[in-house]
Design a protein. Structure first.
Length: 293
């Protein structure tokens, strides 16, 4: 909904005025949105990993590194569980990396609100952004469920073994150097020009901005997201590591970090290929959740 400066709330009842005042603070809403949704995603992932009541001091880490293995028999229930897993993973990994974009919008909206101009809550922007990843989660869950029903994958997205895992790492590393990657990354790193050129004051318009930003983010991150098939869908340690990498990548002003990440991923893929080809290090790779399927 559109909001104006606090003075426009003078004729509202006290409770409504307070609610409108909170809604008119884009920075606070943005931070709450990021914290609540990201936190909910990680809590859900922790519950799936079975770490709410660890038996020993280090069992929580071991549980987080293992994919969840709860498999309902009914096809629809199985799809909904996989969809929930992917949605939780996407929210947990991608919302923190969207913070610069959401906060940039909030700052522009704050300036507009101070001039008594209509603004739309950043919750709408975040909703459009999240909708992209939920749609992606839906599509991936449908494919994964079909593979599971055909006996080609486990409930937690059995890790791609051996050379397949190595190929995923190399492919993700090569994508870090691609023009498409950097075109999308520039929009994510510098959201102000995007908002300045495409500013909207309607709910549908701001939701569409969120969709477009989500599309740019997808263009940045899809290759690294596919690494979850090499590490295990519910491997929360790798999930956190990749989420941090993607967040830092969007905060850097040059492509050096992206190129460094690409080089590391390519090197990791080559090492995995050598380890698999020689039979060395299989236990180590399985222990850290790579190519253990």
């Amino acid at each position: 909904m559109a909001h104006t400066a606090d003075r426009s709330f003078l004729h509202l009842p006290l409770a409504a005025a307070r609610l409108a005042g909170v809604a008119g603070r884009p920075r606070a809403i943005a931070m709450a949105c990021i914290a609540l949704l990201s936190g909910a995603g990680w809590l859900y992932l922790g519950a799936l990993a079975g770490v709410s009541s660890p038996a020993g001091p280090f069992d929580w880490l071991s549980a987080l590194c293992r994919p969840s293995a709860v498999a309902p028999d009914h096809a629809f229930a199985q799809f909904m569980l996989v969809f929930a897993m992917w949605s939780a993973m996407a929210l947990a990994m991608m919302l923190p990396s969207a913070a610069p974009m959401i906060l940039t919008y909030a700052e522009i909206a704050d300036t507009a609100s101070a001039k008594a101009e209509p603004v739309v809550s950043p919750v709408v922007l975040a909703g459009g952004y999240a909708a992209v990843w939920i749609a992606v989660s839906f599509a991936v869950a449908a494919v994964q469920t079909a593979l599971q029903r055909a006996g080609l994958a486990g409930i937690a997205g059995t890790t791609v073994p051996g050379y397949g895992a190595a190929a995923l790492f190399v492919a993700a590393g090569l994508y870090q150097f691609s023009p498409v990657k950097h075109a999308c990354l520039r929009v994510c790193q510098r959201p102000f020009p995007f908002f300045f050129a495409n500013w909207r004051t309607t709910v549908s318009g701001v939701f569409a901005l969120g969709l477009r930003q989500g599309g740019h983010c997808l263009g940045c991150c899809w290759a690294m997201m596919l690494l979850m098939f090499a590490t295990g869908l519910m491997n929360a340690v790798w999930m956190a590591a990749l989420g941090i990498v993607m967040a830092v990548e969007k905060l850097t002003a040059t492509p050096r970090f992206s190129h460094a990440v690409g080089a590391v991923l390519i090197a990791a893929g080559l090492v995995l290929a050598v380890l698999h080809g020689t039979g060395l290090g299989a236990g180590l790779a399985a222990g850290i959740g790579i190519g253990a399927g």
